[in-house]
Write a new protein. Structure first.
Length: 193
């Protein structure tokens, strides 16, 4: 009887100790998709979606269901499969800060640029700017899982929260990582008589 009581006590204790605080390699993880819109003479930064995952696996999401519509906000806890994918992808810090289009690339990309912004325990924060077809496989896979959470799994709506400060920080990082945006020239339409 005592042995059975001991085993049950150990089982309960083990279940209580299981928490994402011990399993996530990140203290804070932000993931976002953005683009620069050409709006008259000045490019405008557009934050399409944003998720912030704390060290306990709790997330806050801001997303647009269609381009430029009203933002929607969600909250919840990440599934264990996503926690494992985060740990697998970010266990080592051997990534570059920029996997996006470079001037010497021979193709045009007309989609969102993504950013993983994370801080691991006892280390400095790091940002990885990327587009999927230029990024390492683990980063691409993690981005797909985070997109799935943002657009199909998140169902618990929450009150609006501000992403303005983060959007400013991200737009500055984007310009720093990729360089200045190309100048927009107005066409010169001269008609000869």
């Amino acid at each position: 009887m005592r042995l059975l009581l001991f085993i049950v006590s150990l089982t309960i204790l083990a279940c209580q100790q299981k928490s994402r605080t011990d399993t996530l390699v990140t203290d804070d993880l932000k993931y976002s998709a953005y683009s620069w819109r050409l709006n008259s003479d000045t490019p405008v930064f557009y934050l399409a979606h944003y998720i912030n995952i704390d060290k306990n696996g709790h997330y806050d999401i801001m997303r647009h269901d269609t381009f430029m519509d009203t933002s929607k906000y969600f909250t919840g806890d990440i599934p264990d499969t996503l926690a494992k994918a985060i740990n697998d992808a970010l266990a080592t810090d051997n990534y570059s800060m920029n996997y996006s289009i470079k001037p010497e690339d021979s193709f045009i990309y007309d989609g969102f640029t993504y950013c993983l912004d994370y801080k691991k325990k006892d280390s400095l924060a790091k940002k990885i700017q990327f587009i999927p077809n230029k990024s390492p496989e683990q980063i691409k896979h993690l981005g797909l899982l985070l997109d799935k959470l943002i657009y199909s799994l998140a169902t618990d709506r929450t009150d609006k929260f501000s992403t303005d400060d983060y959007a400013k920080e991200l737009s500055s990082f984007s310009l720093q990582a990729s360089g200045p945006l190309p100048r927009l020239e107005k066409p010169n339409f001269m008609i000869k008589k």
